[in-house]
Design a protein around this ligand. Structure first.
Ligand code: SLL
Length: 149
């Protein structure tokens, strides 16, 4: 497969968690409903670049390895605790790229001292990170396919 010298393909992504307290519906093991996601900051499709996303949850979850093979690349669960989520992005076969693993903390509670001191079922706790996937010297066919979408 031919790679392009002196070329970089830069793909912006953002990923994060959104968590709602369950209020009256909360029980000991399910105090919150939360979603972890990977998406394009501009709302573009990522499915021409990403083939699947593997979310690895804390071992206290049943089947902690969750595979999402189509957009939207997100997962919703209920739980009681915060932990570090492993997010592995796999790329389309023609890219010749290895998977990339990133980590993102699931946040259920506002920081102590935050002005939002009372939990509400309506106001989610959100954390989001922005990043860029940088493919240097990309495979030519992949590059041309992606930039022509
Ligand atoms: C803590 N280190 O102790 C963390 C672990 C794990 C959270 C948090 C499981 C929910 C389920 C769940 O929420 N685990 O079993 O459905 O705070």
């Amino acid at each position: 497969r031919k790679r392009l010298d002196n070329t970089e393909l830069v793909v912006p992504i953002c990923y994060g968690t959104v968590a709602f307290w369950l209020g009256k519906k909360a029980d000991e093991y399910h105090s919150h409903r939360w979603t972890v996601y990977v998406r394009s900051p501009s709302g573009e499709e990522l499915n021409h670049i990403i083939s699947k996303v593997v979310f690895k949850l804390h071992d206290s979850f049943m089947n902690p390895i969750r595979v999402v093979e189509a957009a939207p690349y997100e997962l919703t669960e209920t739980g009681w605790g915060e932990f570090e989520i492993s997010i592995t992005m796999h790329f389309t076969e023609d890219s010749g790229e290895k998977p990339i693993e990133i980590f993102h903390p699931l946040k259920l509670y506002e920081d102590a001292g935050s002005s939002i001191d009372r939990q509400s079922t309506k106001k989610p706790v959100v954390t989001e990170d922005y990043d860029e996937l940088v493919f240097s010297e990309p495979v030519q066919d992949f590059y041309e396919r992606v930039v022509n979408v």
